[in-house]
Design a protein around this ligand. Structure first.
Ligand SMILES: [Zn+2]
Length: 403
């Protein structure tokens, strides 16, 4: 099998390895612990508790392989970005299996020692927030190392001195691959090391591996791969690790049409990581011209969840043409362990350079900017949710007094 055939085959066989206990869009710490406990009885993995979060939740590393090349991969440094964590457990299942991919497993485990840290920020994961327990973004704490979680990853990397680091995140659904309406399903970054974005040997290697990932993913999503903006952030981990000689490959799981639960993007992560590992094990990235990295279209923030085009707004007796861009934020209802969405008008005016995940041309329709308050008679919640609410909204009421 050549590489392309192999990646296509892995893509098709992915369901054999998918960790069915995990949803792609939310993972509790208890779920993580249960799976880790299962791995402890499997002698393929060396499981270690490497510390605790501020809320005293255990953080684990899973080590496997005997190879000379050391790889450190961590996920969910941002609590509300769980896609890669679920993909890592899919990978663990892949490594624990035995089938027609045994040759691939053998070379990976012979050439590489993997250090995986799934869910670096369990407190944020549990609350579904980007930040940690005291509301600090860990990825802006690489200099001060104030949070326990930051210290854990920093000390681990310092002790291990890996050659490659995989920094695994989710990005919002508004990015596109270049100036197009193609949502960026996966975006990739070779983390910079300074403001002038110098390219040294460390960065060249991460760029080369990224080119290999891009080749593999192009088999499935040729239009939906982007290059994350490489502005230097002195407080971020990837940037500081690059300075310390670790080739950092940042993978952002983005949005793909009709993949609200991110199952498809999770599967892409699985293939992306295996393609990178294979390339590192075989060192075949070395033959790639690193400048090809810049051929990957840059991430542009050009999408709204809903774009309403060509409305007419009447103001002081005059008509104006406007577009309205609406974004919806995903929020966790902790008690119900379910998500809800909070929508808001993110922008209005000439939005002709933007696109909507859903969009409508509303030429001939008028906007009535009249926020009506229905406060006369307190409504009964039951009646409201039994269809009355829709009627009220249609009549322009956005605030409702309830019993
Ligand atoms: Zn992130």
């Amino acid at each position: 099998m050549n590489s392309n055939e192999l990646f296509k085959s892995l893509f098709n066989d992915y369901d054999n390895y998918r960790e069915k206990k995990l949803n792609s869009d939310f993972i509790s710490h208890a779920q993580l612990k249960e799976l880790i406990a299962g791995m402890q009885t499997n002698n393929l993995f060396r499981i270690e508790k490497i510390g605790e979060s501020l809320e005293r939740k255990e953080i684990f590393s899973a080590v496997l392989g005997e190879g000379e090349t050391k790889i450190l991969a961590w996920s969910q440094m941002h609590g509300d970005e769980p896609t890669a964590t679920s993909a890592l457990f899919d990978l663990f299942n892949f490594f624990s299996s035995s089938d027609k991919y045994d040759d691939l497993r053998e070379i990976l485990l012979k050439k590489i020692t993997f250090h995986f840290i799934p869910m670096l920020n369990p407190d944020g994961a549990e609350m579904f927030t980007r930040e940690n327990a005291y509301s600090v973004d860990l990825n802006r704490d690489a200099l001060r190392l104030q949070s326990d979680e930051s210290k854990i990853i920093w000390d681990y990397a310092e002790k291990l001195e890996p050659e490659f680091g995989f920094n695994l995140h989710d990005q919002n659904s508004y990015y596109t691959a270049g100036k197009s309406n193609n949502a960026s399903a996966i975006s990739l970054l070779s983390s910079p090391m300074n403001y002038v974005k110098s390219i040294n040997y460390t960065r060249e290697k991460s760029m080369q591996v990224i080119c290999r990932i891009k080749e593999a993913l192009s088999l499935f999503i040729p239009q939906n791969i982007a290059r994350y903006k490489d502005d230097f952030e002195p407080r971020a981990f990837g940037d500081n690790f690059t300075r310390n000689g670790i080739s950092i490959i940042l993978i952002e799981s983005g949005f793909y049409k009709n993949d609200v639960k991110k199952d498809f993007v999770r599967k892409l992560n699985f293939v992306a990581l295996l393609s990178a590992f294979k390339s590192i094990a075989e060192k075949d990235y070395e033959s790639i011209e690193h400048k090809k990295y810049f051929d990957i279209p840059e991430n542009e923030e050009l999408l709204f969840d809903l774009l309403l085009r060509n409305l007419t707004l009447n103001y002081n007796g005059r008509n104006f043409k406007i577009d309205i861009g609406i974004k919806r934020e995903k929020k966790l209802n902790k008690e119900l362990q379910s998500f809800y969405y909070k929508s808001k008008i993110a922008d209005l005016g000439d939005l002709s350079i933007f696109y909507g995940i859903e969009e409508h041309d509303l030429t001939g329709y008028q906007v009535i900017p009249d926020n009506k308050l229905n406060v006369d008679e307190p409504a009964d919640l039951k009646i409201l949710f039994n269809g009355q609410l829709k009627k009220e909204v249609r009549n322009g009421f956005i605030i409702e007094k309830v019993k």
